[in-house]
Write a protein that binds this ligand. Structure first.
Ligand code: FUB
Length: 447
């Protein structure tokens, strides 16, 4: 691998060599993501606000932070990085975690990020709906506290729908109860009181509202034991009463189900999660499939595909990137840089616990967000490496099989924060399967 020119300065570009020309499900694989809320904003891009399942799993209590992903073609997704962590929530549960299914809305030049989080150690009885705001869709969010005056039941899974007349409505609920209400102009308080949403059959959680051809839709997860499905209801009014319409997503194989619906470039899609990569109900992955309607507005059962679909537009390409080949790395703990029969040296031995490869003097430009692309190869169904940047333990990164541990044709990526200048160290630690790494490519955001 050769170092190519200057650092990437595009916010949304993807290094050309990594642009995918075919889709797949799950659509996001490098980290575990769940509860996708998809929105198309004025810049023409589509954004997914997702929750993050922490690996190794324990339960939904460990869920710590939210990542945003953006795309122009629904196949190539930019990891915009973490936008909020439970440690940033001053009013939140002291033990952290429990950052469950979120949503985002835009109004008057501001993005409002809504998320459910307990305010006390007794998590089940202290749910609140927090709000963080930013003037940008995928960075710069600051927590503003929680919406006052709500409560009395499982207040999870907020969804905010802004109607064509600019009035905004919030829905939430779990434990078989769904409520909705209108938000005030400030987007952080409720006009009057929340109302029970009537007419839904077998509501469990995961409310999502949208409008198509003047008809309002409310979708949600049902209570099917161990295998929730998605159902929906329609109404002529944003707050009902609702008419139940049926099931449109059959079990995905995951005990929870959670979805959102958005139209992008003339086609409607369902964003949902399954557990296909991990086989574990607390390590979920976002999927995208087409959502089709009948003439009368009813929704056809979604066909869950492995192959997804072709890109639906052009993906901006980054013209410059910086690559750090394995030969530049410093290894230890049993890892070593070896010359293979393939063209480039690779780091091997990463299967040993504690084995690592460190890339030093990484140029962070003027500092800020940077996507780290890891070039890897593995014959394991799912290998992993642990990513540490400047001493901060970011995450285990998934590396699904590429069919070869010598040719490093796989790419796994994650967005981190770098310091200005070149005093940055990226460390990959193994111990999670036999994986070869041929280097990193770095893409700086233009903040
Ligand atoms: O991800 C945590 C919880 O699981 C969500 O809030 C629910 O909708 C279910 O997906």
């Amino acid at each position: 691998m050769i170092r190519e020119g200057k650092l990437i300065l595009s916010t949304q570009g993807i290094p050309k060599a990594f642009v995918k020309h075919a889709g797949q499900n799950p659509a996001i694989t490098s980290i575990y993501t769940a509860d996708p809320s998809a929105h198309v904003w004025d810049d023409g891009r589509i954004y997914i606000y997702a929750s993050h399942d922490v690996d190794p799993p324990r339960g939904c209590d460990l869920m710590d932070a939210y990542h945003v992903f953006s795309s122009d073609d629904l196949v190539n997704w930019v990891d915009e990085g973490e936008i909020l962590h439970s440690r940033d929530v001053k009013w939140g549960r002291p033990e952290g975690g429990f950052m469950w299914a979120p949503d985002c809305a835009y109004k008057n030049g501001m993005y409002y990020f809504y998320y459910p989080h307990p305010s006390g150690s007794d998590w089940n009885d202290t749910w609140k709906i927090g709000v963080a705001t930013s003037d940008k869709p995928a960075s710069g969010f600051t927590d503003q506290g929680y919406i006052e005056g709500l409560g009395g039941f499982a207040m999870i899974d907020p969804c905010v729908f802004v109607d064509e007349d600019d009035r905004a409505y919030m829905y939430y609920g779990g434990g078989s109860k769904c409520q909705g209400g209108e938000l005030n102009e400030d987007m952080v308080s409720i006009k009057g009181t929340m109302l029970d949403m009537t007419g839904l059959e077998d509501f469990h959680e995961a409310a999502w509202a949208f409008k198509r051809n003047g008809l309002y839709y409310l979708t949600y997860a049902d209570n099917l034991e161990g295998n929730n499905r998605m159902r929906y209801a329609t109404s002529d009014h944003p707050l009902g009463p609702w008419t139940y319409r049926g099931i449109f997503l059959e079990p995905t194989g995951c005990s929870t189900t959670h979805g959102s619906v958005a139209e992008y470039k003339g086609q409607w899609y369902l964003f949902y999660h399954n557990q296909d990569i991990s086989g574990h109900g607390n390590l979920r992955s976002v999927c995208i499939d087409k959502l089709n309607f009948n003439e009368d507005g009813t929704i056809q059962t979604v066909v869950q595909t492995k192959e997804g679909f072709k890109p639906v537009g052009e993906t901006p390409v980054s013209e410059a990137s910086v690559s750090y080949p394995a030969a530049d790395g410093f290894t230890g703990g049993g890892a070593a840089i070896v010359q293979t029969t393939a063209a480039e040296p690779v780091v091997r031995g990463l299967e040993a616990k504690g084995a690592y490869c460190e890339f030093r003097q990484i140029d962070g430009g003027s500092g800020g967000r940077a996507t780290i692309y890891i070039h890897y190869g593995t014959t394991e169904a799912l290998a992993k490496v642990s990513l540490d940047v400047n001493g901060h333990d970011y995450s285990l990164i998934n590396a699904p099989s590429t069919g070869s541990a010598e040719l490093c044709q796989g790419i796994a990526y994650f967005t981190v924060r770098l310091k200005p200048g070149s005093d940055n160290t990226v460390k990959l630690t193994g111990g999670h399967g036999d994986i070869a790494v041929s280097g990193l490519t770095l893409s700086l955001f233009n903040e």
